[in-house]
Ligand binder design. Structure first.
Ligand code: COA
Length: 145
């Protein structure tokens, strides 16, 4: 059985995010502004199947990270976790949410839209990175509630 639960074990989550291709350093301590983390585990084997992180940066609610282990992709888990993170942000009073990601087509399915870097708040290193749009092409995205 699979269950989604909150977790503070950021070391495990950061290693999981890294293993799943996200540009993140493995760390005991969650980045400043982290509000909540969720994990989805196999209740039997305790294998980590998916995780997500909600942060607040520059006064904005941000989807920090979201990943699903390769074998479980395409089963609705990413969608379920995204919904949980969005609902939590809404319950904290968010009128909009932000992310910097590499799979815009996934988020567009859930009413996120791409935003020009010039009009985005200071939510990531992308805002001042010289490689942005030259050798690195992340999407800055926003969803209004
Ligand atoms: C992106 C990711 C989180 C999606 O999770 P998932 O569990 O496979 O997604 P779901 O099964 O919930 O898919 C929901 C819908 O999104 C679509 N979808 C999934 N991944 C997609 C992608 N990369 N591009 C476009 N659509 C995608 C699915 O086809 C599905 O559509 P449907 O409802 O019309 O059938 C997962 O592929 C992942 O962890 N990737 C590696 C890490 C990563 O890139 N994280 C995001 C960082 S910004």
């Amino acid at each position: 059985m699979k269950k989604i639960k909150e977790t503070n074990d950021y070391r495990r989550l950061s290693a999981f995010y890294q293993e799943n291709g996200l540009e993140i350093e493995v760390s005991e301590t969650a980045p400043e502004g982290t509000l909540k983390n969720w994990k989805c585990e196999d209740e039997g084997t305790k294998e980590l199947l998916a995780a997500a992180t909600l942060q607040k940066r520059d006064g904005c609610y941000v989807l920090g990270d979201l990943a699903v282990t390769e074998a479980f992709r395409g089963t609705g888990m990413g969608k379920a976790l995204l919904r949980i993170v969005e609902d939590e942000a809404k319950s904290l009073g968010a009128k909009e949410m932000w992310l910097v990601g590499k799979v815009p087509e996934f988020y567009k399915k859930f009413d996120w839209t791409e935003v020009q870097r010039e009009t985005a708040p200071d939510i990531s290193r992308c805002q001042s990175c010289e490689d942005f749009g030259i050798t690195c092409f992340p999407s800055i995205m926003k969803k209004s509630f």
